[in-house]
Write a protein that binds this ligand. Structure first.
Ligand code: ADP
Ligand code: MG
Length: 480
């Protein structure tokens, strides 16, 4: 139904009044059918622009915003528009970034869907009247080594990085509050959190910034309980403009700490302060965490970081060797990048060991030396399954070249193999539909949904096809 015009020029003002009237009718219906938080976040920022010949044009602040609204509310909007304007209705989106999005977000291509948005935002009455002069000065705990400049961009971290940058430029002022970054160990969560804090500090967008791990928060809280100073503890946290809490999975099972954090979180959130969190699993899978907290975490933006793909691994190795004033031979870079696939920390570990061996034994850095080092460092490591593993296995199984599998060919056997690869990527990795689409020649999420449905039907109707897919799964497991 809806079409996109990515022009950055606003439309003329013709018919603006009636556009406003029509849109306000639509909003009434939308309001009845969404939670107040979703309404505020995703519908209030939409501006009606013009209404001519049954065509309503509305303005949205970014490509990301448009993708989100279409993915989550497309069918609701369609129904509403038809019931207000009639069956002939057409909706056009004008994507016009406003200032806060202008840095990075128009290029966003990855979206992590929120499946269970926060039900209601209750009116807030502050319990504590914070008076700035009473508040202690704080140390931000930020590590200046971690910046956006030395964080390598890749498909695997694009959403998380772009969202972190948007938040750093406008803490508390985007709809990404809280911003939750999740991903496996060693993939760059802590780096990104510090980069966000450092950037905000440097551009003066937040005065009081605090980075803390959830373990440190817990220890400090327990100490505060023991020394009868919980009020001071809470007061300090509630005075922060940008609170960054790393590894929230460690809050699991610690009810009192969670309870205290919940109150701090609410105070900050309702007074427009920014909260940024990281976790090693998606928030809804956090075990031992209060439902209230989980639902709060889901009310902002949840962005994933996936294991780096080959190109990103190569770029990271180049950057890290540059930082060490070292020029690694191309074949060594490639050898390490191909063989160390699990995470960035591992990649760094290999590089450091390689440098150490080369300088201690006075040896040249060659593929042979790299092989020796890797044997020790990456022993017994099982890597998580990536979309690349899946593509490789499917390409082998059907004997179809990788570039055809990822490309645009409509040949039936290639489409079939590609659909199976997409289906397996959905089944076996944590990647979002957007991420999967991106790995298959930049297809959009609806193509991936269609592929998954098709393969689901094939499996249900054919025992033989089911066996094929089982065999491919085995290959993937063996190769990863
Ligand atoms: P996590 O918190 O997810 O376990 P870290 O942020 O501690 O991971 O990252 C581990 C190491 O890898 C750090 O030294 C970090 O600087 C580096 N790193 C991770 N991702 C990137 C990236 N995209 N670009 C550059 N360095 C990275
Ligand atoms: Mg970390």
């Amino acid at each position: 139904m809806s079409q996109v015009s990515a022009s950055l020029q606003p439309c003329k003002n013709d018919g603006q009044l009636s556009a406003e009237k029509i849109w306000s009718e639509c909003l009434k219906l939308i309001k009845e059918n969404t939670t107040s938080l979703s309404y505020k976040t995703w519908f209030e920022p939409i501006k009606p622009i013009k209404f001519i010949n049954n065509e309503l044009t509305v303005q949205v602040p970014s490509q990301f915003f448009y993708d989100w609204v279409e993915e989550h509310y497309g069918s609701l909007i369609q129904k509403v528009i038809c019931s207000v304007i009639g069956e002939e209705a057409k909706l056009f989106y004008l994507i016009q970034p406003d200032e806060m999005f202008s840095h990075d977000l128009p290029n966003l291509t990855l979206v992590q869907p929120i499946t269970n948005p926060d039900p209601v935002r209750k009116p807030f009455t502050p319990h504590i009247n914070l008076r700035e002069e009473n508040i202690l000065s704080i140390k931000s705990n930020l590590n200046s080594r971690y910046t956006f400049d030395n964080f390598i961009k890749g498909d695997c971290n694009q959403l998380a990085r772009a969202a972190a940058l948007a938040v750093a430029n406008n803490p508390g002022g985007t709809s990404f509050n809280p911003l939750v970054i999740y991903g496996g160990t060693g993939l760059g969560k802590t780096h990104l959190l510090h980069a966000l804090g450092n950037h905000s500090e440097a551009n003066g967008k937040a005065r009081r910034i605090l980075y803390v791990s959830s373990e440190k928060f817990t220890i400090d809280f327990i100490e505060a309980v023991q020394s009868d100073s919980v009020n001071d503890f809470s007061l300090l946290y509630k005075s922060i403009d940008l609170l960054i809490v790393d590894d929230i999975q460690f809050f699991a099972g610690k009810e009192k700490t969670q309870d205290n954090f919940f109150h701090i979180f609410n105070t900050l959130y309702h007074s427009g302060k920014q909260v940024v969190l990281s976790s090693d699993v998606p928030p809804k899978e956090l075990k031992g965490l209060d439902e209230r907290l989980i639902s709060r975490f889901q009310s902002g933006l949840i962005a994933d970081i996936q294991p780096p793909d080959l190109e990103t691994r190569i770029a990271i190795l180049r950057k890290k060797s540059e930082e060490n004033q070292l020029e690694l031979p191309q074949d060594v870079v490639e050898f390490i990048a191909v063989n160390v696939t699990s995470n960035v920390r591992e990649l760094e570990g290999c590089l450091i060991s390689l440098l150490a061996r080369a300088s201690l034994e006075n040896r040249e850095i060659t593929v042979d030396l790299a092989r020796d080092v890797l044997r020790v460092v990456v022993q017994n490591i099982r890597t998580p399954i990536t979309i690349e593993h899946i593509q490789k296995a499917v390409s082998q199984y059907f004997d179809i070249p990788l570039d055809l599998l990822r490309g645009k060919s409509r040949r039936q056997e290639i489409v079939h193999a590609r659909q199976i690869a997409m289906y397996l990527a959905k089944e076996l990795t944590n990647s979002s539909l957007k991420t999967i689409g991106l790995h298959f020649g930049g297809r959009d999420h609806s193509t991936v949904i269609h592929a998954c449905q098709t393969v689901d039907e094939i499996i249900r109707s054919s025992e033989e096809e089911k066996q094929h897919i089982q065999s491919i799964r085995k290959i993937i497991e063996l190769q990863s």
